[in-house]
Write a protein that binds this ligand. Structure first.
Ligand SMILES: *[C@@H]1O[C@H](CO)[C@@H](O)[C@H](O)[C@H]1NC(C)=O
Ligand SMILES: *[C@@H]1O[C@H](CO)[C@@H](O)[C@H](O)[C@H]1NC(C)=O
Ligand SMILES: *[C@@H]1O[C@H](CO)[C@@H](O)[C@H](O)[C@H]1NC(C)=O
Ligand SMILES: *[C@@H]1O[C@H](CO)[C@@H](O)[C@H](O)[C@H]1NC(C)=O
Ligand SMILES: *[C@@H]1O[C@H](CO)[C@@H](O)[C@H](O)[C@H]1NC(C)=O
Ligand SMILES: *[C@@H]1O[C@H](CO)[C@@H](O)[C@H](O)[C@H]1NC(C)=O
Ligand SMILES: *[C@@H]1O[C@H](CO)[C@@H](O)[C@H](O)[C@H]1NC(C)=O
Length: 321
């Protein structure tokens, strides 16, 4: 049983799978770690629990582990039900199960889910790339990024909360984190995705921290050379060029607008002209038809009158005799 558990733990460490110890089981707090490739938080405990250090010293077994010349003290703990969650849908829970609560504004849920913590002030510790753990600067309205590059004006760089307030040409702090995973399309192809984060002011002035010069520079427009999406105003760098992000609606050029408008107007005008002409023609035809009819009627009428007067004059002549 014990060997099995040790085996499963070492498996978890090697393969980066989450722990398997369930609620109430013993765990080692020192085994809390971030997976080197996926940067997912891992511990001895399963996805529904976290490794809470034992409080009383007597029941907390403090083992010594030797790694080469270093000796680390292993802090014993117990797997406890998570007290908060970061995401709307928490991994590892049944759909019917009650989820731990989300944290209120002004506090955050740490990776392990050990309970809500107030946002951390500038200069204090934060977990990898977790900008949302940092408290807003006093002038957050002016520093909050319109590209979502910081959280309310704060960033977490090298595990430290900083304000994203460095202006053009001043030295900045930058951090690149590479996430590895497998392609959703092929399944076996490894893909790396590097996220860059820095404390340059991105709100309105749109700056990024240049890794070669180490100072804040202006973000780049479409088609300019880049190393990372952080450098591009379009937030997307493909094959070392700033490009439009995928799924962007096609941009229509002014001449295309003009051409479309002109063709619409031309076809409307052509239709109007055609209808007017055909109507005119029909009217002329009708007019001649009516004229013919009229003339016919008139000639008929005059011949009747002539006939009538001829007959009348004959009758009058006969009366004279
Ligand atoms: C957990 O540790 C305590 C103290 O070392 C021990 O008494 C207990 O049997 C352990 N429980 C399990 C499930 O291993
Ligand atoms: C636990 O032990 C440490 C020293 O190892 C001591 O400083 C601390 O006060 C102890 N805590 C309790 C609750 O006994
Ligand atoms: C020993 O500790 C030092 C300093 O904390 C660290 O740089 C080194 O990698 C450790 N060595 C091992 C084998 O863990
Ligand atoms: C461990 O310490 C010994 C002597 O103190 C030293 O010779 C050896 O290189 C050290 N090993 C490591 C991995 O640091
Ligand atoms: C940003 O921080 C301020 C001050 O703490 C707070 O009032 C505001 O609600 C925050 N905005 C967001 C979007 O979190
Ligand atoms: C920028 O933010 C840092 C904390 O990250 C602070 O110490 C510094 O005073 C700020 N600078 C300005 C000009 O607001
Ligand atoms: C991704 O990074 C890992 C090391 O973190 C490396 O071994 C691998 O070759 C990289 N894959 C690609 C496709 O660049």
């Amino acid at each position: 049983m014990r060997t099995l558990r040790i085996l499963s733990i070492s498996f978890s460490i090697v393969y980066g799978i989450c722990g398997t110890i369930m609620e109430g089981g013993n765990c080692t707090v020192s085994n809390n770690r971030i997976d080197a490739t996926t940067h997912k938080f891992l511990s001895d405990c399963d996805d529904r629990t976290y490794c809470a250090p034992s409080h009383s010293n007597s029941s907390s077994p403090q083992l010594n582990r030797r790694d080469g010349n270093n000796t680390t003290t292993l802090v014993g703990g117990t797997c406890m039900k998570r007290l908060c969650r970061k995401d709307e849908f928490q991994y590892g829970f049944q759909p019917t199960e009650e989820l731990p609560p989300l944290c209120d504004r002004g506090s955050f849920c740490p990776d392990e889910g050990s309970g809500c913590i107030p946002l951390r002030p500038s200069g204090s510790y934060c977990e990898l790339e977790r900008n949302y753990q940092c408290a807003a600067p006093p002038n957050w309205g002016k520093l909050s990024s319109d590209f979502n590059l910081n959280f309310n004006g704060s960033v977490c760089l090298q595990s430290k909360c900083l304000f994203a307030n460095v202006t053009l040409g001043l030295p900045c702090v930058s951090e690149k984190t590479t996430y590895s995973g497998y392609s959703a399309l092929t399944g076996s192809q490894q893909v790396n995705y590097t996220v860059a984060n820095d404390n340059c002011k991105s709100a309105k002035v749109h700056l990024y921290c240049d890794s070669s010069s180490g100072v804040c520079e202006r973000m780049k427009g479409l088609g300019v050379d880049c190393d990372n999406g952080r450098e591009c105003l379009s937030t997307n760098c493909v094959s070392s060029r700033c490009v439009e992000p995928p799924g962007q609606p096609a941009k229509v050029k002014p001449w295309q607008y003009a051409l479309t408008t002109l063709s619409v107007i031309a076809s409307v005008v052509a239709t109007c002209v055609f209808l007017t002409y055909s109507h005119k023609r029909a009217r002329v035809e009708k007019y001649y038809e009516v004229m013919d009819y009229y003339n016919e009627q008139m000639s008929l009428r005059s011949s009747i009158i002539r006939l009538h007067s001829a007959a009348a004059s004959r009758l009058a002549k006969e009366d004279d005799y």
